[in-house]
Design a protein around this ligand. Structure first.
Ligand SMILES: [Zn+2]
Ligand SMILES: [Zn+2]
Length: 308
């Protein structure tokens, strides 16, 4: 079994098209790229989690030959606009040989998505199963608990997923994925102490106004402590909305002032805003060490593969 980070970027990917902010410029100069966030649990049964506009490139990159199930977290374009691309899995099979891909999501999320992609069910590309937060369901080797998250009024169907399966050592393994969120609305004991946590980290510092209802690393620290993953935490869905001191691009609409930026202990100087992958990792490792937090936190990147 393997967890593949197909994409780890925010809604428009990074670097963003035409964006000349310090973050996008730095990433561009290094050839770094984060496509829209999507995950794949790969093994005898391939479970895709979200299906954004970059999905063809992402599946091609990892030579994924079949998708056996699909979890959609919510009805935002960066998480479902690639659904039509799944048609190719049907097109390459002999007539009558293809079985529609089971797609799981809340009823509210499907209500929104079906306005655009309802034909995929009519044409037998996917078969939709609506799921309820708090209610376990099974898909192949996976035992799955959706849980309700708060992600703003344009994503009322938002859920995260706890996925339980037999890992490579034969041991039960639990992976918790929050997807985009600013709060977990119902917490169950089942969510505590997963083996692995994949959590959104859209900004480093919590902004004064969290209008898009996303999670900053600053606030994610509390969730990491509360959920208390046993083995490892991965950060995904990075954006470029932190203001980098002195950057003329700070006037852009997407840039946010921090409420009270993270600072090292006994220092008045905030942690520098990470511009690229290695700076993200250095900053996160330092923050965790400065706070004497025992959790291992890895900043995920596109193409990262973790054997589970
Ligand atoms: Zn998103
Ligand atoms: Zn979203």
């Amino acid at each position: 079994m393997e967890l593949i980070f197909l994409g780890t970027g925010a809604a428009w990917g990074l670097p963003e098209l035409n964006c000349t902010c310090a973050i996008c410029n730095d990433m561009r100069s290094r050839g770094e790229r984060r496509t829209r966030t999507a995950l794949m649990l790969s093994g005898q049964s391939n479970l895709l989690i979200d299906c954004g506009p970059d999905i063809t490139h992402q599946l091609e990159q990892h030579q994924i030959r079949h998708i056996d199930g699909l979890l959609i977290t919510h009805e935002h374009g960066d998480h479902y606009l690639g659904l039509d691309e799944l048609f190719v899995f049907k097109r390459i099979r002999p007539r009558g040989a293809f079985r529609p891909i089971p797609a799981y999501m809340t009823a509210h999320t499907w209500d929104v998505i079906k306005q655009r992609f309802g034909y995929l069910e009519e044409m037998g590309v996917i078969v939709v199963h609506t799921i309820c937060p708090g209610r376990w369901f099974d898909h192949g080797p996976y035992h799955i608990l959706p849980f309700k998250t708060e992600h703003g009024s344009f994503a009322k169907g938002s859920v995260g997923y706890l996925i339980q399966f037999r890992g490579n050592t034969g041991k039960q393994t639990r992976l918790l994925y929050t997807s985009d969120f600013m709060d977990i609305l119902e917490t169950y004991d089942d969510l505590l102490h997963p083996d692995y946590l994949v959590i959104q980290s859209f900004w480093l510092n919590e902004p004064v106004h969290n209008r898009p209802h996303h999670m900053s690393f600053q606030r994610a620290i509390h969730y990491i402590q509360q959920l208390d993953p046993i083995r490892e935490t991965f950060l995904v869905h990075m954006g470029d909305a932190d203001k980098v001191p002195g950057d003329p691009a700070n006037t852009m609409l997407k840039k946010y002032d921090p409420k009270e930026p993270l600072r090292p202990p006994n220092s008045s100087e905030p942690y520098p805003i990470p511009l690229n992958h290695s700076q993200w990792q250095q900053t996160i490792t330092k923050i965790m060490a400065d706070r004497h937090l025992p959790h291992k936190v890895k900043v995920a990147f596109d193409g990262l593969r973790i054997p589970l």
